[in-house]
Design a protein around this ligand. Sequence first.
Ligand code: ADP
Length: 430
Amino acid sequence: MFAKIRNRLTMVYAAVMVCFLISFIIASYTGLVWVLYREEQLDVEAFAKEEAHEHINVLRQKQLSANQPFVEDDEQNDGKLFHYVFDMNNQQVSASEPAPEVRAAIIESIGSWKGADGEAILTKLHLPSDNKNYFMICSLKVYEGDRALGTVFVGKDITSYCIMLKRLLLVLSTVCLLFLVIATFAGHVLAGRAIIPIKNSFSRQREFVADASHELRTPLSVMLSSVDAIRTDDENKFSTFSEQVLDDMKSEIKRMTKIVADLLTLARADAGATNLFKEKFDINNVAEKVIRSFQPVAAEKGIKLEFVGTNNLFIQADRERINQLFLILIDNALKFIQHEGAVILTVKQVTGSKRTVNIIVQDNGQGIPEDQQQLIFERFYRIDKARSRDAGGTGLGLSIAKWIVEAHGGTIKVESSVGVGSTFIVSLPS
Ligand code: ADP
């Protein structure tokens, strides 16, 4: 149980950490990308304005005389920055060209340019070499007063920034993964520490239940024998009412004795203080004996109680506990059945991938709703509390049955439909 809580806590810690790390990475990465993008955009837009200003004269001359020579700009250019200047007839007037391998792609891109005037846009260029280059490109119309003289295209190669950002994302993701592993490990250790006080208080509570149940057993048996003594004392003359009160007291004391015994069993099981005394015995003998002991109860309720088994089915188990398991399952089947129903107990060997002995208790009683079929194995869980109480139920029977089965390395499950009946299937290693 504590291992489960610890794992669940670790998972919660890890999930919180993942959410936190992912949000942190997304926020910081997006912020960084935006800052760099905006920086480059402003830079290129300023560069476009500068070039437009510088080329006003050339474009004016070009308008006056069409034979104006082409101007190759001799500015220092490492291929990262470029500009093209076109007149109103789309004739190149001046240029400082980018690196030769991207030239064709850039000319193609500005040929079909659709960006807003003066706004730099990130443009991805697909090169024939299959490489991808990223340019921040801006086009700006050049005016003299209201008269348009031409257009300037400027651009900056920001591929290295983009590659750097991609690498950064990879590094951040790796760091995130690494932190996740560390956080999970740390979470596991912290969860272990966090449950120490819970463990302590649980074990104190367990000890309390065990001690209280143990201490209550003696006074309860004294009370029971005292009520019996009063009832059987010939010198006592009771009214009918007093006799009824004494009978009610007796049945309540019996009920309390059963709850106390069940609680003690579970408290000892929780503390691991219950030893199983395993021996080899014929499980059919035990089943037959239990069936015989329930026959009068079944007959009184008009229920047909049947046993189907094969001889000599030996099992290595705790005889007393297996007997208790039969008692719980048959008692429930008889308790939650209408008058004149039928209960069949089958004990058989199953040879599949593993050899098991299956105990099947089938009744045609009221059935169990599907959403409660798992809950009935929990302590004090009863579908109809009043009915279970009237029938002498405590809500602890199936918890004890589950513990007995699991302590023997087996499984227990229920198949049931409301109004049709229930089948409890226990599978024990043979
Ligand atoms: P109880 O002492 O009430 O029988 P159990 O733990 O044995 O406690 O059973 C828990 C609840 O499961 C019961 O109160 C009942 O509602 C339901 N239940 C158990 N066995 C059957 C059955 N054979 N048919 C219908 N309901 C059942």
